[in-house]
Design a protein around this ligand. Structure first.
Ligand code: ADP
Length: 177
């Protein structure tokens, strides 16, 4: 790249599972940074739906053939992981005001821990601003369709996990008058 240093951004999270909101943030990051590493936090205290290996596999499938997106896992301090990986930026998605306080605290704490790494916030498309991994899991478990909210690989694995053969309609049924 003309001898210019390439900017690596780390996009950390649980990604249990990855949703179209996450993909939206990754796409936006690629317009600003050269490389994006999706870094899955291995949190032994949380009981995830998808194993770390499954989450890595899903994201790899999604970005197969795109050398600008990598997937990795980490434990411990994010800034330590980012520094070791050679990243100078942490990307986080900001949905609504509810995300703000926690994200603000984390960003300032991470700056306190390592001022060489900058946190950058990106807003997803409005249609994803209500979307979360938790909500996707809840809706699917209750029988709702999530086809337009997650990549196809996630929807297929959700059906396998819950033994559901066919995806239900996402569109709400018209009420009979
Ligand atoms: P965490 O457990 O760190 O919140 P998540 O996987 O839930 O991990 O989220 C990872 C990052 O993606 C966070 O910055 C979160 O705000 C962002 N994010 C999650 N869902 C969306 C969405 N629908 N639109 C934009 N950003 C999102």
């Amino acid at each position: 790249m003309n001898g210019k240093r390439r900017t690596l951004a780390v996009f950390p999270g649980s990604f249990d599972p990855i949703t179209n909101g996450h993909l939206d943030i990754i796409e936006r990051s690629l317009t600003v940074f050269d490389l994006v590493t999706v870094a899955i936090l291995v949190n032994l205290e949380k009981q995830p739906l998808f194993t770390v290996e499954e989450r890595v596999e899903i994201i790899r499938e999604e970005y197969q053939g795109n050398p600008r997106v990598k997937v990795d896992t980490f434990t411990g301090l994010l800034v330590d992981y980012a520094e070791k990986a050679g990243a100078t930026v942490i990307v986080r998605g900001l949905r609504a005001i509810s995300d703000f306080e926690f994200e603000f605290q984390m960003a300032l704490m991470n700056r306190h821990l390592n001022s060489r790494i900058e946190t950058v916030f990106m807003m997803p498309a409005e249609r994803y601003s209500y979307l979360s991994s938790r909500l996707v899991k809840e809706v699917f478990q209750l029988g709702g369709g999530v086809r337009e909210l997650v990549p196809a690989g996630v929807e297929r694995r959700l059906r396998e996990k819950y033994g559901r053969s066919r995806a239900p309609q996402t569109a709400p049924r018209r009420r009979a008058r």
